[in-house]
Design a protein around this ligand. Structure first.
Ligand code: GUN
Ligand code: FE
Length: 423
Protein backbone atom coordinates (compact mmCIF):
# COMPACT_ATOMS: atom_id res chain seq x y z
CA UNK A 1 0.00 0.00 0.00
CA UNK A 2 1.33 3.38 -1.05
CA UNK A 3 0.67 6.72 0.74
CA UNK A 4 1.82 9.91 -0.96
CA UNK A 5 1.12 13.20 0.84
CA UNK A 6 1.84 16.45 -0.98
CA UNK A 7 2.28 19.80 0.79
CA UNK A 8 4.84 22.01 2.50
CA UNK A 9 6.72 19.38 4.45
CA UNK A 10 8.56 20.47 7.62
CA UNK A 11 10.41 18.15 9.99
CA UNK A 12 12.96 18.24 12.82
CA UNK A 13 15.93 16.03 11.87
CA UNK A 14 18.12 17.32 14.72
CA UNK A 15 17.79 19.49 17.84
CA UNK A 16 17.44 23.07 16.64
CA UNK A 17 17.14 22.21 12.94
CA UNK A 18 14.09 22.26 10.68
CA UNK A 19 14.05 20.79 7.18
CA UNK A 20 11.46 22.29 4.83
CA UNK A 21 10.37 21.02 1.42
CA UNK A 22 7.73 23.29 -0.15
CA UNK A 23 5.43 21.45 -2.57
CA UNK A 24 7.13 18.24 -1.54
CA UNK A 25 6.05 14.61 -1.39
CA UNK A 26 6.10 12.49 1.76
CA UNK A 27 5.99 8.86 0.64
CA UNK A 28 5.22 5.75 2.71
CA UNK A 29 5.02 2.15 1.54
CA UNK A 30 3.03 -0.23 3.71
CA UNK A 31 3.05 2.44 6.41
CA UNK A 32 6.82 2.90 6.41
CA UNK A 33 8.34 6.21 5.33
CA UNK A 34 10.43 6.01 2.17
CA UNK A 35 11.49 9.64 2.15
CA UNK A 36 10.60 13.28 1.50
CA UNK A 37 11.07 14.30 -2.15
CA UNK A 38 10.97 17.73 -3.85
CA UNK A 39 9.66 16.01 -7.00
CA UNK A 40 7.86 12.69 -7.17
CA UNK A 41 10.34 9.91 -8.03
CA UNK A 42 9.71 8.13 -11.33
CA UNK A 43 8.90 4.84 -9.60
CA UNK A 44 5.78 6.40 -8.05
CA UNK A 45 4.52 7.94 -11.32
CA UNK A 46 0.79 7.41 -11.71
CA UNK A 47 0.23 6.54 -8.04
CA UNK A 48 -2.56 8.44 -6.27
CA UNK A 49 -1.37 11.57 -4.46
CA UNK A 50 -3.17 13.25 -1.55
CA UNK A 51 -2.57 16.85 -2.52
CA UNK A 52 -2.92 19.24 0.45
CA UNK A 53 -1.92 22.28 -1.61
CA UNK A 54 -0.10 24.83 0.50
CA UNK A 55 -0.89 23.17 3.86
CA UNK A 56 1.91 22.16 6.20
CA UNK A 57 2.74 18.47 6.53
CA UNK A 58 4.34 17.92 9.94
CA UNK A 59 5.44 15.10 12.20
CA UNK A 60 2.73 14.16 14.65
CA UNK A 61 3.43 14.49 18.38
CA UNK A 62 4.70 12.17 21.09
CA UNK A 63 3.25 12.99 24.53
CA UNK A 64 5.52 11.15 26.94
CA UNK A 65 3.63 11.85 30.13
CA UNK A 66 -0.10 12.20 30.77
CA UNK A 67 -2.74 10.80 33.10
CA UNK A 68 -5.73 9.42 31.24
CA UNK A 69 -7.66 9.09 34.50
CA UNK A 70 -7.28 12.80 35.20
CA UNK A 71 -8.88 13.85 31.91
CA UNK A 72 -12.27 14.43 33.63
CA UNK A 73 -10.73 17.21 35.77
CA UNK A 74 -8.90 18.95 32.92
CA UNK A 75 -8.78 22.69 33.59
CA UNK A 76 -9.99 22.46 37.19
CA UNK A 77 -8.41 22.09 40.63
CA UNK A 78 -5.63 24.54 40.02
CA UNK A 79 -5.49 26.02 43.52
CA UNK A 80 -3.22 23.58 45.40
CA UNK A 81 0.42 22.48 45.28
CA UNK A 82 1.27 18.92 44.27
CA UNK A 83 0.74 16.76 47.37
CA UNK A 84 -2.44 18.54 48.48
CA UNK A 85 -3.63 18.56 44.86
CA UNK A 86 -3.19 14.79 44.64
CA UNK A 87 -5.32 14.18 47.73
CA UNK A 88 -7.98 16.80 47.01
CA UNK A 89 -8.44 16.35 43.28
CA UNK A 90 -6.41 13.69 41.49
CA UNK A 91 -7.18 10.69 43.72
CA UNK A 92 -10.97 11.26 43.93
CA UNK A 93 -11.09 11.77 40.14
CA UNK A 94 -9.16 8.58 39.46
CA UNK A 95 -11.44 6.68 41.88
CA UNK A 96 -14.31 7.11 39.42
CA UNK A 97 -12.61 4.67 37.06
CA UNK A 98 -13.74 1.76 39.20
CA UNK A 99 -16.81 1.97 36.93
CA UNK A 100 -16.04 0.41 33.53
CA UNK A 101 -18.91 2.22 31.76
CA UNK A 102 -17.63 5.55 32.98
CA UNK A 103 -14.10 4.57 31.90
CA UNK A 104 -15.30 3.57 28.43
CA UNK A 105 -17.09 6.86 27.80
CA UNK A 106 -14.28 9.06 29.12
CA UNK A 107 -11.42 7.15 27.49
CA UNK A 108 -13.16 6.99 24.11
CA UNK A 109 -13.42 10.75 24.14
CA UNK A 110 -9.83 11.20 25.31
CA UNK A 111 -8.53 8.93 22.53
CA UNK A 112 -10.44 10.89 19.91
CA UNK A 113 -9.24 14.20 21.27
CA UNK A 114 -5.62 13.07 21.23
CA UNK A 115 -5.87 12.09 17.59
CA UNK A 116 -7.69 15.30 16.64
CA UNK A 117 -4.82 17.23 18.21
CA UNK A 118 -2.18 15.26 16.35
CA UNK A 119 -0.83 13.19 19.24
CA UNK A 120 -0.21 9.67 17.94
CA UNK A 121 2.28 8.27 20.48
CA UNK A 122 1.96 8.34 24.24
CA UNK A 123 3.33 7.11 27.54
CA UNK A 124 0.22 7.32 29.68
CA UNK A 125 -0.81 6.59 33.25
CA UNK A 126 -4.23 5.04 33.75
CA UNK A 127 -5.56 4.54 37.31
CA UNK A 128 -5.01 1.57 39.60
CA UNK A 129 -8.04 -0.22 38.08
CA UNK A 130 -7.20 -3.16 35.82
CA UNK A 131 -10.44 -3.21 33.83
CA UNK A 132 -10.41 0.53 33.20
CA UNK A 133 -6.77 0.31 32.13
CA UNK A 134 -7.61 -2.38 29.59
CA UNK A 135 -10.50 -0.24 28.35
CA UNK A 136 -8.14 2.72 27.95
CA UNK A 137 -5.70 0.61 25.93
CA UNK A 138 -8.50 -0.68 23.71
CA UNK A 139 -9.92 2.78 23.08
CA UNK A 140 -6.50 4.22 22.25
CA UNK A 141 -5.77 1.38 19.87
CA UNK A 142 -9.16 1.76 18.17
CA UNK A 143 -8.64 5.50 17.70
CA UNK A 144 -5.11 5.01 16.38
CA UNK A 145 -3.05 6.24 19.33
CA UNK A 146 0.07 4.09 19.77
CA UNK A 147 2.56 3.67 22.61
CA UNK A 148 2.45 2.62 26.24
CA UNK A 149 -0.13 2.67 29.02
CA UNK A 150 0.38 1.77 32.67
CA UNK A 151 -1.94 0.41 35.29
CA UNK A 152 -0.89 2.58 38.23
CA UNK A 153 0.64 0.80 41.23
CA UNK A 154 0.05 2.49 44.60
CA UNK A 155 -0.05 0.35 47.73
CA UNK A 156 0.53 3.11 50.33
CA UNK A 157 -0.32 6.77 50.99
CA UNK A 158 -3.34 6.61 48.69
CA UNK A 159 -6.93 7.58 49.50
CA UNK A 160 -8.32 5.10 52.05
CA UNK A 161 -11.67 3.68 51.07
CA UNK A 162 -11.67 5.57 47.79
CA UNK A 163 -8.52 4.71 45.91
CA UNK A 164 -6.23 2.14 47.44
CA UNK A 165 -4.83 -1.34 46.89
CA UNK A 166 -2.88 -3.74 49.05
CA UNK A 167 0.50 -4.99 47.92
CA UNK A 168 -1.04 -8.36 47.06
CA UNK A 169 -3.91 -6.75 45.14
CA UNK A 170 -1.48 -4.59 43.24
CA UNK A 171 0.77 -7.50 42.26
CA UNK A 172 -2.10 -9.76 41.28
CA UNK A 173 -3.81 -7.03 39.30
CA UNK A 174 -0.58 -6.18 37.48
CA UNK A 175 -0.12 -9.78 36.38
CA UNK A 176 -3.73 -10.00 35.20
CA UNK A 177 -3.39 -6.74 33.29
CA UNK A 178 -0.20 -7.92 31.57
CA UNK A 179 -1.88 -11.18 30.58
CA UNK A 180 -5.02 -9.47 29.30
CA UNK A 181 -3.18 -6.86 27.24
CA UNK A 182 -1.06 -9.40 25.36
CA UNK A 183 -3.04 -9.25 22.14
CA UNK A 184 -3.00 -5.49 21.68
CA UNK A 185 -0.83 -4.48 18.78
CA UNK A 186 -0.22 -0.75 19.00
CA UNK A 187 -0.66 -0.04 22.70
CA UNK A 188 1.61 -1.94 25.06
CA UNK A 189 1.91 -2.15 28.84
CA UNK A 190 4.42 -0.07 30.79
CA UNK A 191 5.07 -0.67 34.48
CA UNK A 192 3.88 2.35 36.47
CA UNK A 193 4.82 2.72 40.13
CA UNK A 194 3.02 6.05 40.71
CA UNK A 195 5.98 7.58 42.56
CA UNK A 196 8.15 6.44 45.42
CA UNK A 197 5.82 7.68 48.21
CA UNK A 198 2.98 5.56 46.69
CA UNK A 199 4.82 2.22 46.66
CA UNK A 200 6.20 -0.01 49.40
CA UNK A 201 9.65 -1.48 48.98
CA UNK A 202 8.06 -4.88 48.42
CA UNK A 203 5.96 -3.61 45.53
CA UNK A 204 8.90 -1.72 44.02
CA UNK A 205 11.01 -4.89 44.17
CA UNK A 206 8.21 -6.90 42.53
CA UNK A 207 7.94 -4.37 39.70
CA UNK A 208 11.71 -4.27 39.22
CA UNK A 209 11.82 -8.07 38.90
CA UNK A 210 8.91 -8.01 36.46
CA UNK A 211 10.58 -5.32 34.35
CA UNK A 212 13.71 -7.45 34.07
CA UNK A 213 11.96 -10.79 33.50
CA UNK A 214 9.57 -9.50 30.84
CA UNK A 215 11.67 -6.70 29.41
CA UNK A 216 9.05 -4.08 30.22
CA UNK A 217 9.46 -0.31 30.13
CA UNK A 218 8.86 1.75 33.27
CA UNK A 219 7.37 5.19 33.91
CA UNK A 220 7.13 7.25 37.06
CA UNK A 221 7.65 10.71 38.57
CA UNK A 222 10.95 12.15 39.78
CA UNK A 223 12.04 15.24 41.75
CA UNK A 224 8.96 17.25 40.92
CA UNK A 225 8.36 19.21 44.10
CA UNK A 226 10.24 20.20 47.28
CA UNK A 227 7.84 18.58 49.78
CA UNK A 228 7.73 15.41 47.69
CA UNK A 229 11.54 15.21 47.63
CA UNK A 230 11.73 15.70 51.40
CA UNK A 231 9.14 12.95 51.87
CA UNK A 232 11.17 10.56 49.72
CA UNK A 233 14.24 11.39 51.80
CA UNK A 234 12.39 10.38 54.96
CA UNK A 235 11.04 7.19 53.39
CA UNK A 236 14.44 6.10 52.05
CA UNK A 237 17.14 7.37 54.43
CA UNK A 238 19.58 4.96 52.75
CA UNK A 239 19.30 6.85 49.44
CA UNK A 240 21.11 10.13 49.08
CA UNK A 241 18.97 11.14 46.09
CA UNK A 242 15.46 10.45 44.82
CA UNK A 243 16.57 8.56 41.69
CA UNK A 244 18.32 5.96 43.83
CA UNK A 245 14.94 4.84 45.21
CA UNK A 246 14.11 3.63 41.69
CA UNK A 247 17.60 2.40 40.82
CA UNK A 248 17.87 0.16 43.86
CA UNK A 249 14.81 -1.81 42.74
CA UNK A 250 15.81 -2.20 39.06
CA UNK A 251 13.49 0.54 37.82
CA UNK A 252 16.17 2.75 36.29
CA UNK A 253 17.44 1.99 32.79
CA UNK A 254 17.24 2.95 29.11
CA UNK A 255 13.55 2.04 28.98
CA UNK A 256 12.64 4.25 31.92
CA UNK A 257 10.68 7.48 31.52
CA UNK A 258 10.72 9.93 34.44
CA UNK A 259 8.31 12.86 34.46
CA UNK A 260 9.32 16.33 35.65
CA UNK A 261 12.91 16.21 37.04
CA UNK A 262 12.38 19.85 38.02
CA UNK A 263 14.85 19.69 40.91
CA UNK A 264 17.27 17.11 39.49
CA UNK A 265 20.76 18.45 40.19
CA UNK A 266 23.96 17.68 38.32
CA UNK A 267 24.45 14.37 40.10
CA UNK A 268 20.90 13.17 39.50
CA UNK A 269 21.13 14.28 35.86
CA UNK A 270 24.42 12.40 35.47
CA UNK A 271 22.67 9.27 36.75
CA UNK A 272 19.93 9.77 34.15
CA UNK A 273 22.45 10.18 31.39
CA UNK A 274 24.46 7.16 32.42
CA UNK A 275 21.40 4.90 32.57
CA UNK A 276 19.77 6.34 29.44
CA UNK A 277 16.64 7.41 31.34
CA UNK A 278 14.34 9.80 29.45
CA UNK A 279 13.39 12.99 31.31
CA UNK A 280 9.92 14.25 30.43
CA UNK A 281 9.48 17.98 30.78
CA UNK A 282 5.89 19.00 31.64
CA UNK A 283 5.93 22.80 31.68
CA UNK A 284 2.20 23.45 32.19
CA UNK A 285 1.90 21.11 35.13
CA UNK A 286 5.09 22.42 36.72
CA UNK A 287 3.54 25.87 36.97
CA UNK A 288 -0.02 24.77 37.77
CA UNK A 289 0.89 22.69 40.82
CA UNK A 290 3.67 25.08 41.85
CA UNK A 291 6.60 22.72 41.27
CA UNK A 292 9.20 24.94 39.59
CA UNK A 293 10.97 25.37 36.27
CA UNK A 294 12.97 22.38 35.07
CA UNK A 295 16.61 22.87 33.97
CA UNK A 296 15.94 21.76 30.41
CA UNK A 297 18.88 23.58 28.84
CA UNK A 298 21.31 21.96 31.27
CA UNK A 299 19.78 18.54 30.49
CA UNK A 300 20.20 19.09 26.76
CA UNK A 301 23.75 20.44 27.09
CA UNK A 302 24.67 17.44 29.21
CA UNK A 303 23.31 15.03 26.58
CA UNK A 304 20.29 13.66 28.44
CA UNK A 305 17.29 12.32 26.59
CA UNK A 306 14.53 14.92 27.05
CA UNK A 307 10.98 14.84 25.69
CA UNK A 308 7.76 16.72 26.45
CA UNK A 309 4.58 15.76 28.26
CA UNK A 310 1.21 17.43 28.63
CA UNK A 311 0.83 15.83 32.10
CA UNK A 312 -2.89 16.38 32.00
CA UNK A 313 -4.53 17.14 34.32
CA UNK A 314 -1.77 18.83 36.30
CA UNK A 315 -1.20 20.26 32.85
CA UNK A 316 -4.18 22.07 31.38
CA UNK A 317 -3.41 21.65 27.66
CA UNK A 318 -3.79 18.39 25.77
CA UNK A 319 -2.53 19.89 22.51
CA UNK A 320 1.20 19.44 22.15
CA UNK A 321 1.33 22.63 20.10
CA UNK A 322 0.41 24.41 23.33
CA UNK A 323 2.81 22.31 25.38
CA UNK A 324 5.63 23.25 22.99
CA UNK A 325 4.86 26.95 23.46
CA UNK A 326 4.75 26.42 27.23
CA UNK A 327 8.14 24.68 27.18
CA UNK A 328 9.63 27.64 25.34
CA UNK A 329 8.05 30.08 27.81
CA UNK A 330 9.26 28.03 30.78
CA UNK A 331 12.79 28.12 29.37
CA UNK A 332 12.56 31.91 29.24
CA UNK A 333 11.47 31.99 32.88
CA UNK A 334 14.50 29.85 33.67
CA UNK A 335 16.65 32.26 31.70
CA UNK A 336 15.30 35.18 33.73
CA UNK A 337 15.61 33.53 37.13
CA UNK A 338 18.63 31.19 36.97
CA UNK A 339 21.89 32.99 37.78
CA UNK A 340 23.60 30.83 35.13
CA UNK A 341 21.42 32.58 32.48
CA UNK A 342 20.83 29.45 30.38
CA UNK A 343 19.80 30.02 26.76
CA UNK A 344 16.05 29.61 26.25
CA UNK A 345 14.60 27.08 23.82
CA UNK A 346 14.14 28.16 20.22
CA UNK A 347 11.02 27.12 18.32
CA UNK A 348 12.92 24.51 16.27
CA UNK A 349 14.29 23.08 19.55
CA UNK A 350 10.85 23.02 21.15
CA UNK A 351 9.44 21.35 18.06
CA UNK A 352 12.15 18.70 18.12
CA UNK A 353 11.38 17.89 21.76
CA UNK A 354 7.64 17.52 21.06
CA UNK A 355 8.14 15.29 18.01
CA UNK A 356 11.47 13.61 17.24
CA UNK A 357 12.75 13.43 20.84
CA UNK A 358 9.62 11.69 22.06
CA UNK A 359 9.48 9.45 19.00
CA UNK A 360 13.00 8.28 19.81
CA UNK A 361 11.61 6.43 22.84
CA UNK A 362 9.62 4.31 20.38
CA UNK A 363 12.71 3.55 18.30
CA UNK A 364 12.19 6.11 15.56
CA UNK A 365 14.96 8.12 13.93
CA UNK A 366 14.55 11.93 14.01
CA UNK A 367 12.36 13.73 11.47
CA UNK A 368 10.61 11.98 8.57
CA UNK A 369 13.50 9.50 8.31
CA UNK A 370 13.16 6.62 5.87
CA UNK A 371 12.30 3.49 7.81
CA UNK A 372 10.12 5.26 10.40
CA UNK A 373 6.45 4.34 10.65
CA UNK A 374 4.36 7.14 9.13
CA UNK A 375 3.26 9.51 11.92
CA UNK A 376 2.16 12.80 10.36
CA UNK A 377 -0.35 15.62 10.44
CA UNK A 378 -1.64 18.09 7.91
CA UNK A 379 -2.07 21.61 9.27
CA UNK A 380 -3.94 24.47 7.59
CA UNK A 381 -3.16 28.11 8.32
CA UNK A 382 -4.93 29.71 5.35
CA UNK A 383 -7.54 31.43 7.54
CA UNK A 384 -4.95 33.26 9.62
CA UNK A 385 -3.93 36.75 8.47
CA UNK A 386 -1.60 36.59 5.46
CA UNK A 387 -0.27 40.17 5.19
CA UNK A 388 2.98 38.95 3.62
CA UNK A 389 4.38 35.58 2.63
CA UNK A 390 5.90 33.55 5.47
CA UNK A 391 8.64 30.93 5.14
CA UNK A 392 7.71 27.37 6.14
CA UNK A 393 9.77 27.85 9.33
CA UNK A 394 7.83 31.03 10.18
CA UNK A 395 4.57 29.22 9.54
CA UNK A 396 5.60 26.45 11.90
CA UNK A 397 6.57 29.03 14.54
CA UNK A 398 3.19 30.66 14.24
CA UNK A 399 1.45 27.28 14.43
CA UNK A 400 3.12 26.61 17.78
CA UNK A 401 1.68 29.81 19.23
CA UNK A 402 -1.45 30.37 17.16
CA UNK A 403 -3.74 28.16 15.11
CA UNK A 404 -7.02 28.61 13.31
CA UNK A 405 -10.07 26.61 14.37
CA UNK A 406 -9.83 23.06 13.03
CA UNK A 407 -6.22 23.61 11.95
CA UNK A 408 -5.35 19.90 12.11
CA UNK A 409 -6.86 18.54 8.88
CA UNK A 410 -5.57 14.98 8.73
CA UNK A 411 -3.56 12.59 10.89
CA UNK A 412 -1.63 9.39 10.12
CA UNK A 413 -0.50 7.07 12.90
CA UNK A 414 1.71 4.00 12.47
CA UNK A 415 1.11 4.18 8.73
CA UNK A 416 -2.67 4.45 8.90
CA UNK A 417 -4.83 7.49 8.24
CA UNK A 418 -6.73 7.90 11.50
CA UNK A 419 -8.31 11.33 11.12
CA UNK A 420 -9.57 13.50 8.31
CA UNK A 421 -11.39 16.78 8.90
CA UNK A 422 -13.24 16.04 5.66
CA UNK A 423 -14.98 13.27 7.59
N1 GUN B 1 3.21 12.54 41.42
C1 GUN B 1 2.53 11.43 41.77
N2 GUN B 1 1.35 11.38 41.14
C2 GUN B 1 1.28 12.47 40.38
C3 GUN B 1 0.28 12.96 39.48
O1 GUN B 1 -0.78 12.39 39.28
N3 GUN B 1 0.57 14.14 38.85
C4 GUN B 1 1.74 14.81 39.05
N4 GUN B 1 1.96 15.94 38.39
N5 GUN B 1 2.67 14.36 39.89
C5 GUN B 1 2.45 13.21 40.55
FE1 FE C 1 2.22 13.16 36.18
Amino acid sequence: MLTIIKGTIVSAPALGRLDATPNGYLVAENGVIQGVFPTLPERYAGAPVEDWGDDLVLQSFADLHLHGAQYPMLGTGMDLPLLDWLNAYAFPTEARFADPDYARAIYRRLARELIENGTTRVCMFSSLHTDATLILMEELEKAGVTGYVGKVNMDRNAAPGVLEETTEDSERATLRWLEASRDLRLVKPMLTPRFTPSCTDGLMAFLGRLAAERDLPVQSHLSENDREIEWVRQLHPDCSQYWETYAKFGLWNGRTVMAHCVWSDERERAAMKEAGVTAVHCPDSNVNVCSGTAPVRAMLDEGLKVALGSDIAGGDHLSMFDVTASAIRASKVRRMTDPARPAFLTVPEGWYLATSAGAAFFGEAPGFAAGNPLHAIVLSDDELPQPHPLTPQERLERAVYLRQKGAVRAVWSAGRKVFSAEG
